[in-house]
Design a protein around this ligand. Sequence first.
Ligand code: TRP
Length: 337
Amino acid sequence: MEKRKNVLSCIQPTGDMHYGNYFGAVKNWVQLQEQYDCTYGVVDYHAMTMPYDPKKLRNNTWELIFNLMAVGVKPENLFIQSLVPEHSELGWIFNCFTPFGLASRMTQFKDKSAQNNEQGSDDSISVGLFDYPILQAADILIYNADYVPVGKDQQQHLELSRSIAKRFNNKVGKEYFVMPEALYTDVPKLMSPADPTKKMGKSLGVKHYISLFADDARIKKQIKSAVTDTGDTPAGEISPGIANLFELLKACGKMEAHDSLMEDHLSGSLKYVDLKEAVAEAVLELSTGFRARKAELQANKKEIKSQIKASSAEIRKKAQQTLKEVKELTGLMNVRF
Ligand code: TRP
């Protein structure tokens, strides 16, 4: 049998998981497991690059592990980055293969540091934030990933990974690293229910995302109070709020309801309450399942934690093998004590 291709992706532990994360990335992770050898990391080293609370980081990391498992990521595919310290070691080596000018062109760094500057907190822009895409290259290349499912916002970082792989290969005179390719899938772009002109996300505040694990009352309330029409949408066009509700309904797989309500919309007879009710029902159906699975997992917290430590140790073996070869190729000492 032909060897399955490797897929690698990572996510930062930054608290709650919402439907933007789920439909934008994590649902795809779950599906890719059927076709590929998948490795998925919860990247806590990355989470240190922005101001963060050490008391919360470890909890957030475990929380995200439970969330990922609750939606169907297999535990044997999951690892926690700081349990595989070879990522940071390879990151260091890659630092030395990355031209400063190339790293300086990363737009995400420019955007994030500009944001911090505006808030007058220049000291909070760490060298780690600047270095982050190089650590990301290590995350990817250490497992010889063929494909990396990412959002378009990560395109430049993936290009950087390829460029680092190329430079490394040139330097050591060998096609050592596999060139990773981005795997873009058609994902719905979900907007904030409270401000449908902005992307659903945590940075805007709790009103702006629908949590996967929120209780029914909260989800109902958020959908009921979602912004629909602010009155400035030209006739014949769909307002961002209504478009977002339709998008959410479609993402939940309710095509029949979607199409029939869309017909109503096109003929001018759509009642917003009907649309909202359909959306709430679809989202609650999913969340009910997710919450139940998370509760089951949480009832076995200890076992799950040891399972993830064991899978991290297993995945670490691959990282150690890569690092051993990299040290050999780069002239570093290579002794196991
Ligand atoms: N930079 C990614 C994000 O913020 C997270 C990430 C870290 C990642 N390492 C990765 C994604 C490796 C894909 C592959 O979303």
